[in-house]
Design a protein around this ligand. Structure first.
Ligand code: FES
Length: 74
């Protein structure tokens, strides 16, 4: 059974420009991605009209939360 956090991640946007949900980013991190570039390659995020300004921040926060990787190394 999915946790409340997992359910919310399926509804919340991860990359607004590309229409990719937050759970796709989380799955990429759980599969071993450790940088924005790796996550972008797996999920297709980034490269939208904002130039990844919005989704890069979300990825940095998720990497920090889930892997203790700081945004400077993300
Ligand atoms: S939100 Fe991801 S490229 Fe704009």
């Amino acid at each position: 059974m999915a946790t409340e956090e997992e359910i919310l991640a399926r509804m919340k946007p991860g990359c607004v420009c590309k229409g990719i949900k937050l759970h796709r980013i989380i799955e990429a991190i759980e599969q071993g991605a450790t940088s924005f570039e790796q996550i972008a390659k797996i999920t297709g995020i980034g490269g939208g009209s904002c130039g990844a300004k919005r989704c890069r921040k979300k990825v940095a926060a998720l990497l920090k939360k889930k892997t203790a990787i700081t945004p400077e190394t993300a």
